[in-house]
Design a protein. Structure first.
Length: 409
């Protein structure tokens, strides 16, 4: 089967959702399928092209048997709306000619965000006369509206019309959560046109490890109760609650908060922590993939957070990495969110609602004295991950979906 992926990011060394696209493409290649990925120069999260790559109009490389076609896009470190729209728009446009040069596939899969990429996928599907799957990692423009990034009514209406058009034209839609499917049904998308295939983690790559390890030693965390957040520090992350909880617990000298990652809100959070003289918070940049397991293992509790306005349009995939590491989860999420439901069903952690830093601080203190319960929660998460959210399980489902679609032609 010849499969054409259109995905904004693709790089083995990336720290974003590109990791999942890479793993899916590599695994399908190993199963005998011919995979081409049309993508841009890797640049997330700094908005600068990675060392060893160039932002050229057209270039081809082979990685792990996958043919990669990279096309030009506007790349800027600015986090403002216009530069981001230019980045998304230019890549979405150049992906069209990248797809043409790729040759006729049996099926096309395009990732959203960015939403406009679906227009290129639709045109290519019409030209080649093949089926097209729209893969929704976030619900746009809902996610951008909820995050406060998109406020102009004309811009919002433009993207709402684009969303409706793409949902109608795609032959199939793959979503990463049940809540996404419910939202799309409310927008008039037939349930028969959708399949839920969750984000995954690789239990072979992310292994349970000893808590007292080199990561703790390097960052002065030995014999501390470590509450860690690792991921994008963005508009939906609800990390203000974490800072306020740290302020409440500032006299608990054996508790240390560690925030690992990058994003539009990191600078403001670091400034607030300095102004409040919060010595119990450590900010770190994204860590190399090769020490990812060790980093997650260094935490007594891993935080997975999402604010109330974004809970139905975004899903923090980091929850599955934490489950793979066999560490307990403290989620900050609304009661109706899929994040909370996953944590509850797996029995792998504890949940507090957003905008409740006092409850967050109280939960941390309570969990600190329950070491045996934390160990069991971690084990529960690993078991649930291996059963329902492993890389092999989800790639199996994806392959089955694509084969079924191709057989319907």
């Amino acid at each position: 089967m010849q499969i054409l992926f259109l995905a904004q990011c693709y790089a083995p060394e990336d720290v974003s959702a590109a990791v999942l696209v890479t793993e899916l493409a590599v695994d399908l290649t190993r199963r005998g399928h011919c995979i081409t990925v049309v993508t841009g120069a890797p640049n997330y999260p700094q908005g600068r092209v990675f060392k060893g790559y160039r932002n050229k109009p057209y270039q081809v490389e082979i990685l792990d048997g996958v043919r990669i076609i990279r096309t030009w896009s506007y790349i800027s470190p600015s986090k403002k709306l216009l530069p981001r729209l230019l980045h998304y728009g230019t890549y979405s446009a150049t992906a069209f000619y990248g797809g043409l040069f790729a040759g006729r596939p049996d099926v096309i899969v395009s990732y959203s965000p960015p939403l406009p990429l679906g227009l290129s996928a639709w045109l290519l599907s019409r030209i080649w006369g093949v089926r097209w799957v729209l893969q929704l990692e976030d619900l746009y423009p809902d996610a951008a509206i909820a995050a406060g990034v998109m406020k102009n009514k004309s811009v919002i209406n433009f993207f709402l019309r684009m969303e409706k058009f793409l949902y109608g034209k795609s032959q199939f839609i793959s979503v990463i959560s049940k809540s996404f499917r419910r939202t799309l049904i409310s927008k008039g998308v037939p349930d028969s046109k959708m399949e839920v295939i969750p984000v995954w983690a690789d239990p072979d790559e992310i292994q349970p490890m000893q808590k007292e390890n080199g990561f703790r030693n390097e960052h002065g965390l030995n014999h501390k109760f470590v509450v860690m957040y690792a991921g994008n520090i963005g508009l939906t992350s609800s990390l203000e609650d974490v800072l306020h909880a740290a302020e409440i617990l500032r006299d608990q000298t054996d508790i240390r908060f560690v925030i690992v990652g990058e994003g539009v809100k990191k600078e403001a959070l670091e400034l607030e922590a300095r102004e409040k003289h919060l010595a119990n918070i450590l900010f770190l940049p994204f860590q190399p993939r090769e020490i990812f397991s060790k980093m997650l293992a260094a935490a007594d509790i891993n935080l997975v957070t999402i604010n109330a306005s974004s809970a139905l349009s975004s899903m923090p995939s980091k929850v599955f990495n934490v489950m793979a590491s066999a560490r307990p989860i403290l989620s900050v999420a609304p009661a109706e969110s899929e994040l909370m439901q996953i944590v509850e069903e797996a029995g792998c952690g504890w949940n507090v609602p957003p905008q409740s830093p006092e409850k967050l601080a109280e939960a941390i203190l309570q969990l600190k004295g329950c070491e045996s319960a934390l160990i069991q929660m971690g084990k529960n998460g690993r078991i649930s991950l291996e059963k329902s959210y492993s890389r092999r399980h989800c790639v199996d489902a994806y392959e089955k979906m694509l084969i079924t679609l191709c057989s319907q032609l």
